[in-house]
Every structure is written in structure tokens, then in C-alpha cells.
Design a protein around this ligand. Structure first.
Ligand SMILES: C[S@@+](CC[C@H](N)C(=O)[O-])C[C@H]1O[C@@H](n2cnc3c(N)ncnc32)[C@H](O)[C@@H]1O
Length: 341
């Protein structure tokens, strides 16, 4: 089992181009399906155990499981995390790497497939999830897949508040607890809590989440509707890239730059007077998982474009600013100023 998993993961790491990535992650999906019940037998509990936290919604075990089939997302995260682990072994020679995977879901998708590519002596993994059902599922898969030799611990906890013991300085924090434009799910609050707990030289995955303001025609932009159908369309030709709103990285500069806790407020941007070709004010998300490994807009549901407001609704104003509030369930709003005469 361990060897089969190693082969599948190696195929994912070597895949180049979207078609190969999709094909390789389909094999991983089939591998997992040997250990978990099919769709029909998922309990109501697994479907309904979504948790509302102060900072965002933690997906149910069922919804977290199907993230695996976001094929390009999964391929890029595994590629980036693998590179990060190799880099950390180089940065910290002879040390066992302390890994914290916050929000592992029922498959621990972004770490478990990488285990057979490392020696058990190299990694010390802590898997965290708010859902005990998910942790129970991962425990079952680890033993069924013959990965008991690895040091993998599990803990039910809220990653927004979790404090890593000083005796276990963190080399790597991995978390994919986000939705497009960072709405709904608690990625930002989790990062705000965990990134400062990394030791010097430690790595955060994703390394950077970038949110850009664009004026565009939302309905004409590539958008991933189903993982069976990846959008092949080119970016909308009249798209106007306005500005980088902020980046989330381990330095969390965007957070310090703002005055109220849990709120980002952009500057005011001038609105186009003729917006017939670009009628929507949108946010585009892309991730630098690690180094050169990027997840672009519309390659996954977490990087799909998000329309905040139609410019038709802002007629009469000259400027608008965007506000991101992640104190509770993360969401975007806007304010407008300057009466047109
Ligand atoms: C989007 S799913 C991703 C699952 C898996 N990591 C993957 O990438 O395929 C997010 C997972 O994080 C968990 N989660 C979200 N917020 C959390 C929090 N504050 N503390 C612990 N777990 C959390 C959810 O329960 C869910 O299992």
C-alpha cells in the first residue's frame, strides 16, 4: 500500500500541464476510495458537522473530503508542500521537522500522500481538525495504508486559537481553509494565529495568497464550475487590473497596516466613467503555494473570481473602497464617495 501511494504521489509531483495533473490526482482519489465508504454511505453526521467559528465556517467532513477532487489545487499543494519539506531539510540539517497541518479534513490530503517519500525519522506531524469524525477517518487511513511507522499525532482543536508547545518549535504550517476572495472560511484568522508561531526559517503553506482588485465582465471571466470541466477560456480581454488589495503571508503585513483588528480597508479607487466593457468590480485570487508553484485564478473553486458589486450600482459615485471583515464569517463590503455631477 505504502509503495502504491509513493508511486501515485511521485506521478503527481512529476506531472506537468493540467491534463497530467488531473489524471495523476484521479489516481490518488481512487486510492483513497479503497479506505473510505462511497458517497451513498456517508453518514448524515459527516455531511452535517459543519462548525461555525468566530473567524469563519469549518467545512463538514464530507465537504472537506471532496476538496481532494479539486484536482489542480491538490496537485499544486502537494508539489509546493513537497518542495517546502525538501527545503526545510536543507535549512535544518539533522533535525526532525515539526509539521502542523491545520484543518486536515478526513484524508489529510496535503500531507499524508507525501509521507512515503520521506523517512519516518525526518517528520513529526500534528494533524489538527475541529471535527473528530475527520480525525477518526485519517487514523483509519494511516493504518490501512501501512503508514504506522510515521510519527503522526492528531488533535481536535480550533486552529484559530491553538498554541503549539514551546518544546515543539514549528518548521512547517500547512492550512487550506479558504474559499475564493477569502470569504466564508477561516484561513485568515488561522494564519494570524499560527504564522507567528513558526520558528525563524519556518515555512507557511500556502506561502502567499494574493487578492487583486479588477474591473471586468464577471460573466466572461474563466470560472471553474465543476471539477469535471476545467475552464479553457482565456482571461477576458478588456479586464482592467486595478491594484493588489493585499497579500497574506507569514509576515501578515496587510494585517499590521490596518487600524481596526480583523478589518482591512482599501484606499478609495477611481471608478471608470465608461464601464460598458467592464461592468463589475471583482476580486481575483491566486496562490503561491511555495516558490514557483502557483495556483492561478479559476484553476480551483478557491481561486475563482468573486464579484463584489456591479458598477451599475455605483453610478453617481466617482470612487469606491473595499472592506474585508474577518472578525466573524469573513466577507467583503464596499463604500462609495464623490457625487458625479
Ligand atoms: C477546505 S477543508 C480542506 C481539507 C483538506 N485540508 C484539503 O485540503 O483537502 C478545511 C478543513 O479544515 C477544518 N477547519 C476549518 N477551520 C478550522 C479550525 N478553525 N480549526 C480546526 N479545523 C478547521 C475543516 O473542518 C475542514 O476539515
Amino acid at each position: 500500500m505504502k509503495e502504491t501511494l509513493a508511486d501515485i504521489t511521485t506521478q503527481i509531483l512529476h506531472s506537468s500541464g493540467i491534463d497530467q495533473e488531473i489524471e495523476a490526482v484521479r489516481h490518488l482519489s481512487a486510492f483513497y476510495s479503497r479506505f473510505v465508504p462511497g458517497d451513498q454511505s456517508h453518514s448524515q453526521q459527516e455531511k452535517g458537522n459543519e462548525v461555525l467559528l468566530q473567524g469563519g465556517i469549518a467545512l463538514s467532513s464530507y465537504d472537506a473530503a471532496i476538496c481532494l477532487d479539486e484536482f489542480i489545487r491538490t496537485a499544486r499543494f502537494l508539489k509546493g508542500t513537497h518542495l517546502a519539506l525538501r527545503e526545510l531539510l536543507r535549512r535544518f540539517p539533522g533535525q526532525k521537522l515539526n509539521i502542523l497541518y491545520a484543518g486536515c479534513g478526513p484524508y489529510a490530503t496535503l500531507i499524508l500522500p507525501l509521507l512515503p517519500l520521506f523517512a519516518p525519522a525526518e517528520l513529526d506531524v500534528l494533524l489538527l481538525d475541529i471535527n473528530t469524525d475527520s480525525l477518526r477517518s485519517v487514523a483509519g487511513i494511516l493504518s490501512a495504508a501501512g503508514l504506522e511507522d510515521y510519527q503522526v499525532n492528531m488533535q481536535q482543536a480550533d486552529a484559530i486559537r491553538y498554541q503549539s508547545p514551546a518544546s515543539r518549535p514549528l518548521h512547517l504550517v500547512v492550512s487550506e481553509t479558504m474559499f475564493y476572495a477569502l470569504i466564508r472560511e477561516p484561513q485568515v484568522s488561522i494564519t494570524q494565529n499560527l504564522a507567528p508561531q513558526l520558528q525563524k526559517g519556518g515555512i507557511l503553506i500556502p506561502e502567499e495568497i494574493n487578492l487583486d482588485l479588477v474591473f471586468t465582465f464577471h460573466g466572461e471571466e474563466p470560472y471553474l464550475k465543476s471539477t469535471d470541466q476545467y475552464p479553457s477560456r482565456l482571461p477576458y480581454g478588456h479586464r482592467l487590473q486595478v491594484d493588489r488589495l493585499f497579500s497574506i503571508n507569514k509576515e501578515l503585513d496587510f494585517y499590521r497596516a490596518n487600524n481596526s483588528p480583523g478589518i482591512f480597508e482599501s484606499k478609495f479607487y477611481e471608478l471608470p466613467t465608461d464601464f460598458s466593457a467592464t461592468p463589475d468590480l471583482c476580486i481575483h485570487t491566486h496562490l503561491r503555494i511555495f516558490g514557483e508553484v502557483i495556483l492561478h485564478s479559476a484553476e480551483s473553486s478557491i481561486t475563482n473570481p468573486y464579484c463584489v458589486v456591479s458598477l451599475y450600482n455605483l453610478q453617481g459615485y466617482t470612487h469606491a473602497a473595499l472592506i474585508y471583515d474577518f472578525n466573524d464569517i469573513p466577507q467583503w463590503s464596499y463604500k462609495a464617495k464623490g457625487q458625479k455631477i
